[in-house]
Design a protein around this ligand. Structure first.
Ligand code: GUN
Length: 377
């Protein structure tokens, strides 16, 4: 994997770059649509490729390991072939889902024992077997096995957990590098994850440890778990001052369009979040002018296009009143339209950010956008 920096903004820490892997180029900053169980929910491959057009999508180890199970993916020749996606894929390690989804999880030094949220069966994740599972899934970028601490989190717990995440990282690197190899003929790249909750000294220690590992890219975890946005930004700032400049930085699970722009300004290159897809299914639309709850009565007879900007074709193909109706009668199509709109908007936003970083006016554009997008329409 190769990362090249193309431009740095003068008025902020924002950067524009490109990551090249065996599945192609990822222009950064990038938003990665979430395809948890080998599908970006409700979106056909054709729409994903042609209309939304991301260079990379995300999958989840926890879910794919449980269903369809790794053996099926291995037989298919990996996740790319299974879902017919020939661009980049990143898989999260389960270090978040084990804590947010599984019941009865028990964390030990060796790993995490958990009960499946699907059928109650027991499983055990270790840094070693999570590397093997991610080799079998076959993503281009795979994540270290970590613990995402909750918010709030007491200092002693956060500190002990961070050190365990560091020890697990050493085991991930050792196993990934010396005991496994790619199964499908292309390179896979391991990203470590900074933890440390909302404590600056812990974040600093963790970023130093992760930087020392010398990985091809680095991630920041444990944020967007309920803390105020200002605390999230403060942590990103501390961490980015330490993580190497010449490697991509990935902020996991973030966030709103405003969170994304603020973190780009702090030097983050990669993002993922369920927000554009999950909120779409609940009738929330993100636009450059603010957010819309399409279920509100105020749209009942508003026959104007969903979004005049027409970023994706659905925006002018359908009216607000029609989309509201689809939600009111709980038709599948409503959720699909809203999903395409939101993902189109998120990808537009990061592409615009990139253009403005290259043009040299990112900070000014960002301030204007943040003000605009903060509205409820
Ligand atoms: N997704 C969002 N936050 C996190 C995190 O802290 N760790 C992992 N593995 N995934 C995440």
């Amino acid at each position: 994997m190769k990362f090249s920096l193309l431009a740095k903004d003068q008025g902020s820490k924002a950067r524009a770059g490109s990551i090249t892997t065996d599945h192609g180029v990822i222009e950064t900053p990038i938003f990665m649509p979430v395809g948890t169980v080998a599908t970006v929910k409700g979106v056909h491959q054709r729409e994903l490729k042609q209309d939304i057009n991301p260079d990379i999508i995300l999958g989840n180890t926890y879910h794919l390991y449980l269903r369809p199970e790794t053996k099926v993916l291995r037989q298919a020749g990996g996740l790319h072939k299974f879902m017919n996606w020939d661009r980049n894929i990143l898989t999260d390690s389960g270090g978040y889902q084990v804590y947010s989804l599984a019941a009865n999880r028990k964390i030990k030094e060796e790993g995490v024992k958990f009960k499946s949220h699907i059928d109650g069966s027991y499983h055990f994740f270790t840094p070693e077997n999570v590397m093997e599972i991610q080799r079998e899934i076959g993503a281009d970028i795979i994540m270290a096995f970590d613990e995402c601490t909750p918010y709030p989190c007491d200092y002693t717990y956060a500190k002990n957990s961070m050190h365990r995440t560091h020890r697990w990282l050493d085991r991930c690197i050792e196993h990934f590098t010396n005991k496994t190899q790619p199964l499908y003929g292309y390179e896979q790249n391991l990203f470590p994850i900074v933890q440390g909750s909302t404590y600056k000294d812990l974040r600093k220690q963790s970023a130093e440890y992760i930087a020392e590992a010398g990985a091809v890219g680095n991630a920041i975890g444990g944020l967007s778990v309920g803390e105020p946005a200002e605390e999230m930004y403060a942590m990103t700032e501390v961490v980015n001052a330490i993580l190497p400049e010449d490697k991509p930085r990935y902020l996991m699970g973030v966030g709103t369009p405003i969170n994304i722009l603020e973190n780009i300004a702090l030097g983050v290159d990669m993002f993922d979040c369920v927000m554009p897809t999950r909120n779409a299914r609940n009738g929330m639309l993100f636009t450059a002018e603010g957010t819309i709850n399409i279920k509100n009565k105020k749209w009942e007879t508003d026959f104007s296009p969903i979004d005049d900007m027409n970023i994706t074709w659905v925006d002018t193909e359908y009216s607000k009143a029609y989309l509201r109706h689809l939600f009111k009668v709980n038709e599948l199509l409503g959720k699909q339209i809203a999903t395409i709109h939101n993902l189109g908007f998120y990808l537009w936003l990061v592409r615009e950010a990139r253009k403005h970083i290259i043009a040299g006016d990112f900070a000014v554009w960002k301030s204007k956008m943040v003000k605009q997008m903060d509205k409820r329409l």
